[in-house]
Design a protein around this ligand. Structure first.
Ligand SMILES: Cc1cc2nc3c(=O)[nH]c(=O)nc-3n(C[C@H](O)[C@H](O)[C@H](O)COP(=O)(O)OP(=O)(O)OC[C@H]3O[C@@H](n4cnc5c(N)ncnc54)[C@H](O)[C@@H]3O)c2cc1C
Ligand code: FES
Length: 363
């Protein structure tokens, strides 16, 4: 997919291994780079003679600040995170794709949003919280943020300001897993015991229906998701964003069906795929056994993708015509209700009808 060189206007070290980078958006690209809270940028870079792409959530809030901001944690031995945290400086140009992702779902009535973050998972969580508090729809927000030690809290000043400016509707609970005796707050991790212990307090703090957004390591999110379900929160009200490159172990499991919004068309094994990206149409002939993304890449369609294995969410798209079979691993990052709306990941989908039309803009 097309990339744009955006200039780094500011850099701030958040803690020893994490930095925030602000990117200027030229006036003529304002509309292309408009975004929703919780979306991510795909950064492309040439590092050690190899072209690499990685996703970084926008930690800025749409409409609240100019430009874009990402907040990157250096992974031990990590190529792109190491480059962004240690080598990119103010004034440099960084190649990025336009924002994508569908972590945040608009809420049509006031909710109590419980926002769980661990470590750098605060990056998409903070703007979702700010957006909900400041959109004027009467939402309540509880941040629950787990860090190792107080010095490892990322964007803590902004979180504190948000709580201070919305004293009636916003609270933040910090947990430290490895704090020394100087820390007088809560110790430990956001686990089943913590969520079960706090749930009655969260529930009684407002009569609003609860919705949960979470971002952090997979294991933490699996536990939190199952705990909230046990406590009566339906899966459709629990949303998660994963930074981990965990492959789905869904071989042999039956595929799921996604149907387009118009006539599914004739069943068949030879398929013609039309993809809409950036307002342009691309066509590809499907070859038996391949996924839709591979067919489009083969046809040189300018589609967004990165991992090609269902972990990064870059290739999310809406099926507008036809029917596809999608690998069940799609449910790691999407809900059945998303599939019911016709959304799918192109890299996990195979055509089941002769005509397929898939729109990468309409997500
Ligand atoms: C939708 C999405 C949003 C993301 N948002 C952010 C963000 O806001 N901030 C941020 O810091 N990161 C974010 N990530 C993670 C980011 O895209 C990279 O995966 C991460 O920076 C590692 O890339 P790398 O090139 O530095 O490491 P690589 O060179 O790819 O990997 C180096 C080593 O680290 C391991 N590794 C790779 N990724 C991770 C990981 N995420 N956690 C632990 N170990 C890993 C690899 O297995 C390998 O052993 C996001 C990922 C996704 C899919
Ligand atoms: S390309 Fe990463 S999820 Fe499809």
């Amino acid at each position: 997919m097309a990339t744009y060189p955006l200039r780094i206007s500011r850099r701030r070290q958040e803690c020893d291994d994490t930095a925030s980078l602000w990117l200027d958006v030229p006036k003529d690209l304002t509309s292309a780079f408009s975004y929703r809270p919780g979306q991510f940028l795909t950064v492309e870079a040439e590092i050690d003679a190899a072209r690499v792409t990685r996703q970084y959530s926008l930690s800025s809030t749409p409409g609240k600040e100019s430009g874009l901001r990402i907040t990157v944690k250096r992974i031990e031995g990590g190529r792109v995170s190491g480059w962004l945290v240690d080598r990119v400086k103010e004034g440099d140009l960084v190649e990025v794709q336009v924002p994508r992702g569908r972590f945040f779902k608009e809420l049509d009535q006031p909710h109590h949003a419980i926002l769980l973050a661990a470590g750098s998972g605060i990056a998409p969580i903070l703007p979702i919280g700010r957006w909900l508090l400041e959109c004027g729809q009467g939402h309540r927000v509880t941040f629950v943020y787990g860090s190792r030690i107080p010095d490892a809290v990322i964007l803590g000043d902004e979180l504190a300001e948000l709580v201070a400016s919305h004293p009636e509707t916003c609270t933040a609970e910090h947990l430290m897993s490895r704090a020394d005796e100087g820390w007088s707050g809560t110790r430990g991790r956001i686990n089943r015991a913590y969520i079960e212990g706090r749930f009655a307090v969260w529930e009684s703090s407002s009569a609003l229906p609860i919705v949960v957004y979470m971002c952090g390591p997979e294991g933490f999110m699996d536990t939190a998701e199952s705990t909230f379900q046990t406590l009566g929160i339906p899966l459709e009200q629990i949303h998660r964003e994963s930074f981990d490159m965990v492959l789905s172990d869904d071989d042999g499991e039956p595929g799921l069906t996604v149907t387009g919004t118009t006539d599914p068309g004739e069943e068949g094994t030879t398929s013609r795929i039309v993809a809409v990206v950036g307002g342009e149409e691309y066509e590809a002939d499907w070859e038996e056994g391949e996924d839709i993304l591979s067919a489009l890449i083969r046809a040189k369609a300018d589609v967004p993708y990165s991992c090609q294995e269902g972990t990064c969410s870059s290739c999310i798209a809406k099926l507008t015509e036809g029917r596809v079979e999608v690998r069940p691993g799609v449910l790691r990052s999407m809900r059945q209700s998303d599939l019911d709306e016709g959304l799918t990941l192109a890299c996990l989908s195979r055509p089941r009808t002769r005509n397929i039309r898939i729109d990468f803009d309409e997500i």
